[in-house]
Design a protein around this ligand. Structure first.
Ligand SMILES: NC(=O)c1ccc[n+]([C@@H]2O[C@H](COP(=O)([O-])OP(=O)(O)OC[C@H]3O[C@@H](n4cnc5c(N)ncnc54)[C@H](O)[C@@H]3O)[C@@H](O)[C@H]2O)c1
Ligand SMILES: [Zn+2]
Length: 342
């Protein structure tokens, strides 16, 4: 078990990685705690939350909507939830994004915590205070930055996570090494198979080191004015892949990071051998690294991304393994380079 702390303007979070979820949950008053839980999580782990009021939020990206949030506000009213209550969001990024948003807006904000139960949620979504919902097919359009009081990364619950969802989390783990932690990247090159085999000790270390990286970035730049943008490495392409080809987020990030690393090489920023190291590591995680995309379609999808300003798109590129830079590209230049890369 590992305990880390995040302190920022949006509040302070205690983040516990590993250990017994029952012990963590004992800290909450059953009469004044409501668990908003992912439907699939409840199928396997409902018992963990037995002593609390539980509401299923459903599952999947469609649950992260204003419509679902409004349905849940009504349920909170029925239960007479007031400012003395705590909301616990339990599940992956869908459950934590949605419940963090509800807790931050209901009664202008009540106390909330997360039990994070997907690898991607543990290393990324549950950390950093971004809570929100999608609108009209655009991701995370409505939201707030507000830190949960506590986050419990429930490693034990990963046992029921489907393999494909589990592996998707490794894309974000590799990302931290690639953008800011070269020592961690080398550690991953030596130990990735043990993590994939779910070796508890190795997994705990990989999650803790990822969370530590995310905490440092968020503390330096909570509102994403500078350094926090580097967490979007691979994501501008990824959002295009997700939207166009319905590829799951982690897999899209893997494809996006490989493409961004190749783009970095093409622009003379990164040595080709380093882009290959990233690609090889992702292959070892059984993540996709190539895909038959259409240049025009992908470029058009990225034009609609939030990272766009005027006629150019901001990309996070690499100068080295562990050194990310923000780079603006004109849409026309992007199309030319994409044609070359394809
Ligand atoms: N807030 C942030 O900073 C941030 C960062 C990254 C991603 N996100 C968001 O996170 C979401 C993706 O999160 P995710 O990958 O965790 O997806 P998810 O929440 O949909 O979970 C993936 C799948 O696993 C199931 N599940 C969850 N826990 C389980 C368990 N222990 N056992 C069995 N099944 C389980 C879910 O029902 C779902 O089918 C996206 O909406 C993304 O935008 C947010
Ligand atoms: Zn991501």
């Amino acid at each position: 078990m590992n305990t880390l702390e995040l302190v920022s303007k949006g509040g302070a979070s205690i983040i516990i990685i590993g250990g017994d979820s029952r012990k963590f949950l004992q800290g909450f008053d059953p009469a004044r705690t409501l668990v908003l839980a992912d439907e699939n999580l409840l199928t396997y782990h409902r018992k963990k939350f037995d002593s609390f009021n539980i509401i299923s939020i459903g599952a999947g990206e469609q649950a992260k909507s204003m419509t679902r949030a409004i349905e849940l506000y009504h349920k909170l009213l029925e239960l007479e939830v007031d400012r003395s209550w705590t909301l616990i969001g339990a599940g992956g990024g869908i459950a934590t994004d949605l419940s963090g948003f509800i807790a931050s807006t209901y009664l202008r904000g009540i106390s909330f915590a997360f039990v994070s139960t997907t690898l991607l949620g543990q290393v990324d979504a549950s950390i950093g205070g971004k809570n929100g919902v999608n609108l009209d097919g655009f991701k995370n359009m409505i939201g707030v930055i507000n830190q949960p009081a506590q986050v419990f990364c429930d490693i034990d619950s990963l046992s029921s996570l489907p393999e494909r969802e589990f592996l998707a989390g490794f894309a974000e783990i590799v990302k931290y090494g690639a953008i800011r932690d070269p020592e961690f990247f080398e550690y991953l090159e030596r130990n990735i198979e043990s993590g994939i085999k779910r070796d508890a000790k190795v997994l705990e270390y990989m999650i803790s080191r990822s969370v530590k990286n995310k905490i440092e970035v968020v503390q330096a730049d909570e509102r994403e004015l500078g350094e926090r943008k580097t967490l979007n490495f691979g994501h501008t392409f990824a959002h295009g892949f997700e939207k166009l080809y319905k590829i799951p987020h982690g897999e899209a990030v893997s494809l996006g990071m490989v493409l961004a690393a190749k783009l970095s090489v093409k622009l003379g920023l990164l040595e080709a051998e380093k882009a290959e190291r990233i690609e090889k590591l992702l292959i070892r995680c059984s993540l996709p690294v190539s895909f038959k995309w259409e240049v025009e379609v992908l470029a058009e999808a990225m034009k609609k991304d939030k990272k766009r300003s005027g006629g150019s798109i901001s990309f996070i590129l690499l100068k080295d393994i562990g050194k990310a830079v923000i780079h603006k590209l004109e849409v026309q230049t992007l199309k030319t380079v994409l044609h070359d890369l394809r």
